[in-house]
Write a protein that binds this ligand. Sequence first.
Ligand SMILES: NC(=O)c1ccc[n+]([C@@H]2O[C@H](COP(=O)([O-])OP(=O)(O)OC[C@H]3O[C@@H](n4cnc5c(N)ncnc54)[C@H](OP(=O)(O)O)[C@@H]3O)[C@@H](O)[C@H]2O)c1
Length: 355
Amino acid sequence: MPIRLAIRPLKASFLSAPRSLIQGSTTRGYIAHRTIHPILARPCLANLTGQFATASKMSVNQHNEEFKLDKLFDVQDKVALITGAGSGIGLMATQALATNGAKVYIVGRTEEKLEKVAETYGKDIPGSIIPIGADVSQKSEIKNLVDTISSKEKCLCILINNAGIALNTQQTEASSAEEMSANLFSDPDETFEMWTDTYRTNVPQIFFMTTAFLPLLQAAHAHNDNFSGTVINISSISGIVKTPQHHFAYNASKAAAIHLTTMLADEIASNGLRVRVNSIAPGVFPSEMTTGGESDERQKSHIPREKYQDKVPAGRPGADRDMANAILFAATNQYLNGQTVAVDGGYILSAGAGA
Ligand SMILES: NC(=O)c1ccc[n+]([C@@H]2O[C@H](COP(=O)([O-])OP(=O)(O)OC[C@H]3O[C@@H](n4cnc5c(N)ncnc54)[C@H](OP(=O)(O)O)[C@@H]3O)[C@@H](O)[C@H]2O)c1
């Protein structure tokens, strides 16, 4: 049963991340000189004290300032909302953003999962994790979400439409037309309702969440210089590969999610709004969806490495770091728009893309 919308702020700390220590301009000048002209710089070395030499090693060339990781992937103080963040990929995205200073509202239908996530991962980090119970396949609940966030925040910087479901699986292999028809058509669990339920959560939910939050996403640009509000849809390689992977309905919905990403990005840009829309298409990552609904006491799921040893070029399932890295890239790269980025260990290479 859906849990009613209710904000539960947690006691997460807002400490700043440690900054680099040495900023002396003389020191920076020395490093630049030595790097570009090692021979010219050599006489200076004799005059250096040990202390100066140590400081030099730790200094940063001011011309490279923009290239530091905390500038390239800066999500400090950004406001984010992630759906389906109580487990799997949504949880990985939550950790990636909150650990690096973002204020992350996490949304799902099961209150206990969200609270466990906030309790386990929201303490002693630079950002914060705030649970909100909601069913994002209901328009009225999306409207409540917008009202709730609007009452607390001036803008929404990052919206991650991650909630998704996979329902029935089928045997697709058959040695005759009769057997194939029986497997796919006569399967009592393969119904029109199952197809529309899958579609409802995986496709229109993205449309309604994105369009409902547009004003708050657009406001992100006004409140964060050089940052456009951004939507990241979690689609799937299932919407790209030619095989149905034993679930036609799910794969068809993910292909639709990818095209919806393109259309939303196009219309939003055409209307002159500063909101980027992209999608990440994961390969196989451990989650409740991929492990039969299981997660441990930290809300994490596990897939044995050897299970994918011969199935993908990477020789393993995706790891938390692989997804976290992709989320930070899509959230912060201001020049990425209308794209689907596959993070799949080479799955598409092996399985082959469709159209
Ligand atoms: N894991 C993979 O290998 C993989 C690969 C490609 C794509 N994906 C996609 O990644 C996304 C995340 O899935 P996952 O693999 O991490 O599975 P997961 O662990 O089952 O996570 C899905 C989350 O979505 C939430 N959710 C489902 N329906 C919802 C609704 N109507 N409203 C709010 N929350 C809802 C679920 O929580 P509640 O049930 O508590 O609401 C759950 O926490 C999905 O879109 C999935 O299709 C996953």
